[in-house]
Ligand binder design. Structure first.
Ligand SMILES: C[S@@+](CC[C@H](N)C(=O)[O-])C[C@H]1O[C@@H](n2cnc3c(N)ncnc32)[C@H](O)[C@@H]1O
Length: 215
């Protein structure tokens, strides 16, 4: 289920900042050549990621779930001049193409692209993050959240994708046996009760939660 109609989405796209050329190219390539293109953030969510990053002007961003590099490049738009984004994905088959997209970006030198299992890689990264984007395997969302929260600076931001799971989370009583709906609903329940953070769900695309670590 789409949360807004395609017509309304087109209107929002036409009255928002346009999609930069490299991102248009990645979007097109992904839809023609890569499995599960719905996973790509796309024009509007991408502009939201870019906008938030430009407000924060982070020195260090962690992204969990690179896929074809679209969201990493959106987030990189807001980096401080000496800042860096670390983006992790376990899908080796996409590595060469994604690296070639990164090479085309002016932010190339500020992107560290790591291939492997994020659950294993994150504990080895000794950094303090300003901004984290969680967009990988749903079953590990809570693990990722707990792993990154201690490494997030006070008032730092975590953005979490797919929290409305195509709107299915509202039908949780009927969909109790749907594993991924249960996982996302459970994640939302736990985040809601967590007093260490402030949180708001934005009904953009598949739903994104903005989390701020309380100072
Ligand atoms: C939804 S896609 C990311 C989309 C991308 N952030 C965007 O907006 O264009 C999820 C990605 O997470 C990766 N992934 C899944 N489990 C992972 C894990 N344990 N470690 C690292 N990457 C993982 C998948 O290979 C996939 O490319």
């Amino acid at each position: 289920m789409d949360l807004i109609s395609r017509n309304l989405e087109k209107y929002v796209e036409s009255y928002s900042d346009s999609e930069p050329d490299l991102l248009k190219k990645i979007n097109k390539y992904t839809h023609s050549n890569v499995h599960s293109p719905r996973m790509l953030s796309g024009h509007i969510q991408g502009r939201v990621l870019s906008f938030l990053s430009r407000i924060i002007n982070p020195n260090l961003i962690l992204e969990i779930g690179t896929y074809t590099g679209y969201s990493a490049l959106c987030l990189a738009e807001g980096l401080s001049s000496s800042g860096k984004i670390i983006t992790i994905d376990k899908d080796v088959s996409l590595e060469k193409k994604v690296q070639s997209f990164f090479n085309e970006s002016k932010k190339n030198k500020q992107i560290e692209y790591l291939i492997g299992d994020a659950i294993k890689i994150i504990p080895s990264l000794e950094y303090e993050y300003d901004l984290v984007f969680i967009d990988a395997d749903k079953k590990n969302y809570l693990n990722y959240f707990e792993m990154v929260l201690p490494k997030l600076r006070a008032n730092g931001i975590i953005i979490v994708d797919n929290v409305l799971w195509s709107g299915k989370v509202v039908d949780i009583e009927k969909l109790k046996n749907d594993k991924l709906t249960r996982i996302m609903h459970n994640f939302n329940e736990i985040i809601k009760k967590d007093k260490r953070i402030s949180k708001i769900i934005l009904p953009i695309r598949d739903g994104i939660t903005l989390i701020k670590k309380n100072g």
